[in-house]
Write a protein of this length. Structure first.
Length: 82
């Protein structure tokens, strides 16, 4: 049986990916105020390429399918792949 507690591929993982991506982009200009930081975040979110969103979504789907085939067990060969 598939148990959600074994799955480490939830939407927070997608958020973590985008968070890392955004962090790398938002701080390039070294914002000095919260307002500048917020503006950078808004601009970078708007600039996320549609193709990237599709790839992230497809990758998540592949990982979830793999998890289902594996009975919800740990997918170390997939999770730690660079």
């Amino acid at each position: 049986m598939f148990h959600g507690r074994h799955v480490r591929l939830t939407s927070p993982h997608v958020i973590t990916f985008y968070g890392g991506y955004l962090k790398s982009r938002v701080f390039i200009s070294k914002p000095r105020t919260i307002a500048e930081l917020r503006q950078n975040i808004k601009e970078e979110i708007a600039a996320i390429p549609e193709q990237m969103t599709h790839r992230v979504t497809e990758n998540l789907g592949v990982r979830l399918e793999q998890c289902l085939r594996n009975g919800g067990r740990h997918l170390s060969e997939l999770l730690f792949k660079n």
